[in-house]
Design a protein around this ligand. Sequence first.
Ligand code: PGA
Length: 235
Amino acid sequence: MTFESGVADRVRVVKSYEALSQLTAEQIANLLKANPYGRLGLPTGNTPRRCYEILAEWSSQGRLNWSKAKCFALDDYLEVEERFSFQHYLESNLYRFTDLPLDARFNPRQVDNYDQLILDQGGLDFCLLGIGDNGHIAFNEPPTPQESWTHCVWLSEETKQANRKSFESDSTVPTRAITMGISTLLSSRSLVLIASGKNKRKALHRALTGPPDKDLPASFLTTHPNLLVIADFDW
Ligand code: PGA
């Protein structure tokens, strides 16, 4: 079996963003049903929006029980108005529709040592990830080495540009963030990477077909034994 065909087994190509969102929501629902104590790493951004909407619907209908779960934001901006923070995003798009306890909503800005906190909580069972056009995962911008844990970063020009539409002016776009590192993410027992839209094709294709490379942080994911990639385009 070639490297590429091995990776191909881990990719599910679906027809639409809606199908991607449904399948991703099912992954999370199944995890919570199998393990109500599940510890989940969660991203923000546009890609998971519909998935969170579906999870919110199911939660409001009482079909999902979050009361014993714990959720960890993958990353967050630093020095940003609260309404733009990723904690606010997760609260308003997902948490407030669930019975996830307030003290089970973790964020890397809260503590000095997020990795220790995650470890103390039993480690991540599941991590959902998006991918940036430049191949970043969480806010691990190129280049980020595999041996990286939670750390503060300066955002790349490309990422600031991609984030610009959420802000009123160039000067309010955050320049710094805190993010789980590659090793934090790879320590999760399972990983699901979601990619929607053809603008992600180049980064995803390179990540899945090339060797692990710090200049394309998503490429490290292929070293994980329990990775599922869901894309709504032919990669
Ligand atoms: P997006 O961001 O879901 O808004 O495309 C993904 C990412 O940059 O990680």
